[in-house]
Design a protein around this ligand. Sequence first.
Ligand SMILES: Nc1nc2c(ncn2[C@@H]2O[C@H](COP(=O)(O)OP(=O)(O)O)[C@@H](O)[C@H]2O)c(=O)[nH]1
Ligand SMILES: [Mg+2]
Length: 297
Amino acid sequence: MSDSINNINWYPGHMKKTRELIRENLKMVDLVVELVDSRIPVSSRNPIIDELTQGKPRLILLNKADLADPAETERWKAALLDTGKASKGAGNSAGVVSVLAMDSRSGDNLKAFYKVLEGIQAEVNARRQRNRPLRMMIVGVPNVGKSSFINRLAGKRSAKTGDKPGVTRGKQWIALENGMQLLDTPGILWPKFEDRQVGLNLAFCGSIKDEVMNAQDLGFELIKVLGTRYPDNLKERYKLDEVSDDALTNMEAIATKRGFLMPGRRIDYERTGRTVLDEFRTGKLGRITLEPAPAKE
Ligand SMILES: Nc1nc2c(ncn2[C@@H]2O[C@H](COP(=O)(O)OP(=O)(O)O)[C@@H](O)[C@H]2O)c(=O)[nH]1
Ligand SMILES: [Mg+2]
């Protein structure tokens, strides 16, 4: 289900257009649901999301939680809620109202999501003269799981509703099981490419094309991060006697254990890198969060 959008380069003109489109869509919704990758909650966030959604309550979903370290996800939930509250602007800016872990593949935690929505609906109703179903849109960078999540919500019960008065022509609303409405097209945001580590993190998670770096180098960079953050996972998965401070030593030990050798017993770095990347992405290396939650003050 990978998106062709991943091939898009985000030029300034492109960003401007996307920003305008999201602003237009924002006028029609009561709530923004921002999807983030639990394994890289910083790198998978758009830098201008706070500015873009100002004035709208926002719900952050730490998606792909099934692949992330549960203890880190708990810490991230608290940290993102704190910063979301701190980033509240002046006036009516609502900011982050809730942060939830989510697995869009299994639909795990969907109940909690609906429960939060109902709380927000009650607040919105209290402010309004006339009650009407909550409307929301989903935003996030490519590959974070927007389509998967929408499919989860839409399920079998879903019925696409046609144009409604006051709704821009051509916009489709998906009716959720509780009667609320979801804009069927998510807002696709760009990640912040300025930082090398952000680019690496997105590539580790398969969120940007592998061509940005060959598997040998990218795999090496991942082994470097894992050696510091999750040495036990490396040790266990590849039956290493010990994990070294030196990433190259670890890479060679993995290759040797797996028999990734070429004629003359030369190390096949390419295959080793590809294997570690693949086993990280599919969760075979365990539940891993690459970006640690900030320490509590
Ligand atoms: N393990 C896991 N994979 C997910 C989850 N959500 C999405 N994916 C996978 O991530 C990839 C990108 O998902 P997609 O919904 O196309 O992302 P989009 O670009 O934001 O629409 C697909 O291979 C999905 O199967 C999740 O919660 N857990
Ligand atoms: Mg999609």
